[in-house]
Design a protein around this ligand. Sequence first.
Ligand SMILES: COc1cc(O)cc(C/C=C(\C)CC/C=C(\C)CC/C=C(\C)CC/C=C(\C)CC/C=C(\C)CC/C=C(\C)CC/C=C(\C)CC/C=C(\C)CC/C=C(\C)CCC=C(C)C)c1O
Ligand SMILES: C[S@@+](CC[C@H](N)C(=O)[O-])C[C@H]1O[C@@H](n2cnc3c(N)ncnc32)[C@H](O)[C@@H]1O
Length: 342
Amino acid sequence: MPHDVLCGSSHPTAKMAAHRSCVLWSYCGRRWSWVMRCYELPGLRSAWAGGQLGARQLSQKKQATETHFGFETVSEEEKGGKVYHVFESVAKKYDVMNDMMSLGIHRIWKDLLLWKMRPFPGTQLLDVAGGTGDIAFRFLNYVQAQHKGKQKRQLRAHQNLSWEEIAKKYQNEEDPLGGSRVVVCDINKEMLKIGKQKAHAQGYKAGLAWVLGDAEELPFDDDKFDVYTVAFGIRNVTHIDQALQEAHRVLKPGGRFLCLEFSQVNNPLISRLYDLYSFQVIPVLGEVIAGDWKSYQYLVESIRQFPPQEEFKEMIEDAGFEKVTYESLTSGIVAIHSGFKL
Ligand SMILES: COc1cc(O)cc(C/C=C(\C)CC/C=C(\C)CC/C=C(\C)CC/C=C(\C)CC/C=C(\C)CC/C=C(\C)CC/C=C(\C)CC/C=C(\C)CC/C=C(\C)CCC=C(C)C)c1O
Ligand SMILES: C[S@@+](CC[C@H](N)C(=O)[O-])C[C@H]1O[C@@H](n2cnc3c(N)ncnc32)[C@H](O)[C@@H]1O
């Protein structure tokens, strides 16, 4: 019964909670303890139990300072520190964990993000919550390959060049990226440290900068970037609406917002298997590979707290983006949302 009541509610927090309870119902069956945890969300328990105006007003006041960290209710001040600790703790094993958990599928999702972006020569990209640099490295590979292709086509077009002239053209090429640049911005020093080590080991140098910064308060001027990406990052931010407004602020008019994030699975059978896999396998892998069950428990819980495709689309529109669309991948395990600053 509470499930129906919550699903019918129009209050945003209740709507999100209703979504969560739907997810947990389908997974939990008769595991009442999990269902009860849904009602421990900010404000909901008192609104449900009290059912009186006073209690509701009180809970709404509480909502202003409380948020969630996975399935746990924490104060907004606490959340940032807890998220910081998670990524500080997993940084060294982050990349190997992603390959193990997804059997490499996360690489395909990240490639698809780049193919969707189709950066043009000279693109200025800001990759927020960029962590160990996966999106940035893909971007550099893409623009370098694109620039080489363009150079080859230009040379082929000049039929009568001597080999010396061709060699000279290659040697004089000052910028193999054709003016494109990427800034990786992340709040976590340890994640950036691993990213920089990877960049050094893999030979990425030009066109790449690492900046310590908060998605909610970006250390960049207005109208600076052509593209803003955030991959598996926005779910961890305390005030998602603020991060979206910051994305809008730093993009140039005409600039594009692209977000790759976990979303809602749309196939009931896959959803069941995915829930089983998430809750029974991922924390175990976290413990065995990274020696960190809790951080991977947080990962799977935070995925269930994140709004589904349509709701997140509306949040992006509320931040001022236009022509907002999304594409669900792998049955909705993840989705790529896109929007433009016009
Ligand atoms: C702390 O925060 C974080 C830390 C991080 O390291 C990363 C992130 C951000 C996240 C990423 C960058 C991506 C990370 C990727 C994932 C979280 C995984 C996403 C999951 C998938 C792509 C696989 C989805 C799985 C299914 C659709 C269900 C299929 C599952 C099964 C057939 C297994 C069902 C499980 C059970 C019945 C439970 C008992 C099973 C066992 C003990 C055997 C264990 C089996 C395996 C290890 C096989 C694993 C199978 C797959 C990966 C399936 C792949 C197939 C498909 C996609 C169809 C971050 O925030
Ligand atoms: C799951 S990782 C994603 C890393 C990378 N984008 C990828 O796709 O592999 C999430 C990242 O978000 C960062 N993060 C969390 N909260 C943040 C915030 N408020 N501002 C900037 N980065 C944040 C974490 O430090 C972490 O590096």
